[in-house]
Design a binder for this molecule. Structure first.
Ligand code: OGA
Ligand code: NI
Length: 348
């Protein structure tokens, strides 16, 4: 294991690699055969939830939500009330960032200490197999540490506006998730820190790849935080989730925002809700951009199964740990499927 202060070897921007006109990808991006993108063709899709149904057909929508969080850990939200133009702008402004010259992006190069800024790798293990992806990672709330790019100039305002919408949606969903667990409606929001939730975002850029069958845009992982809101690319799919040991392609619903359960909600719900492994495949002809917004517990909140969900039949599956401790625990590694949250499980 390398030091967490710096990367173990020079970081290569994947977009630059993609533009180098090589027909072969470097060895460091070639996954072992069992991790390469194989697909079981299937007609199933993740649940689509109409948020307007919370008013017009509440009971049915609540039931759909419960099933989505328990069986899938993933859903697509439609009629979410966020303007289509704002959703598109939030994704496209980051695409614009990635399309700037390397000299500009280099100014924001990140380190594994906080990951904040522009980066092209996760984990500090020397010689690790890498993902075909560049990203920009930002701690958004609390505000003081945020490392914003200066360009595009309207990026900050757009994110500010988009963030307000996600905070609104996050609150609504945590209420629904609480009620569905038989808890008071503000229970999960309070467990996250009340009004002081933490948020961060990860803008993803997946350049065209000449050998997409050998690599991944993002390796299998579950999201460490509370809940993730993802704006996928409009032109090209690529997100897959693991369901019953099969990889399922997320088929995009127009203007939907994809929502998924993170590890902290799995812990708080004592594994009634599941954080589910997902990954991204890349494409030889089309680049892909996405924006993941993570709605998390405040860093210093101690996260453990909610008392009401712990019974003699179903003892607490996880020990208490602050979200900050959990983050530190996973930061030195790259994507690890669900190893991280599973390794927490109390021995019994
Ligand atoms: C992530 C993620 C999926 C995507 O950033 O954690 O899972 O479609 N992204 O880019
Ligand atoms: Ni993810």
């Amino acid at each position: 294991m390398g030091s967490i202060e710096d990367w173990p070897e020079p970081v290569v921007c994947v977009k630059s690699l993609s533009e180098s006109a090589n027909l072969l990808i470097p060895d460091q991006y070639i996954k072992p055969p069992q991790e390469r993108p194989s697909l079981c063709p299937t007609d199933t899709n993740i649940p689509v939830i109409d948020l307007a149904g919370l008013i017009s057909s509440r009971e049915e929508t609540m039931t759909q939500m419960l099933e989505a969080c328990r069986e899938w850990g993933f859903l697509q939200l439609v009629n979410h009330g966020v303007k289509t133009e704002l959703v598109d702008q939030a994704r496209e402004i980051w695409r614009e960032f990635f399309h700037q010259p390397m000299e500009v992006k280099k100014k924001y190069a990140n380190s594994p200490k906080t990951y904040e800024g522009f980066g092209s790798r996760l984990g500090v293990e020397k010689g690790a197999i890498l993902d075909w992806n560049d990203y920009y990672y930002l701690n958004y709330r609390p505000f003081f540490q945020t490392k914003w790019p200066d360009h595009p100039p309207s990026l900050r305002d757009v994110m500010e506006e988009y963030s307000k919408e996600i905070l609104r949606l996050g609150k609504i969903l945590l209420k629904v998730l609480s009620i569905n667990l038989g808890l008071k409606e503000d229970c999960l929001q309070n467990a996250f820190g009340g009004e002081d939730v933490g948020t961060c975002l990860r803008a993803n850029f997946y350049p065209k790849c000449p050998q997409p069958e050998l690599t991944l845009g993002l390796s299998s992982h579950s999201d460490p935080g509370g809940m993730a809101f993802l704006i996928p690319d409009k032109q090209v799919s690529g997100l897959q989730i693991l369901k019953d040991d099969r990889w399922i392609v997320v088929k995009l619903e127009p203007n939907a925002i994809i929502v998924n359960i993170g590890d902290q909600l799995q812990v708080l719900s004592n594994a009634i809700y599941k954080s589910v492994e997902h990954r991204v495949v890349v494409n030889p002809e089309i680049e892909r951009a996405s924006l993941a917004y993570f709605y998390n517990p405040r860093n210093d909140m101690i996260i453990q199964p909610i008392l009401k969900l712990v019974t003699s039949k179903r003892p607490a599956l996880y020990p208490p740990m602050t979200f900050e401790e959990y983050r530190r625990f996973i930061r030195t590694r790259g994507p690890q499927g669900k190893l991280q949250v599973n390794s927490l499980k109390s021995p019994r």
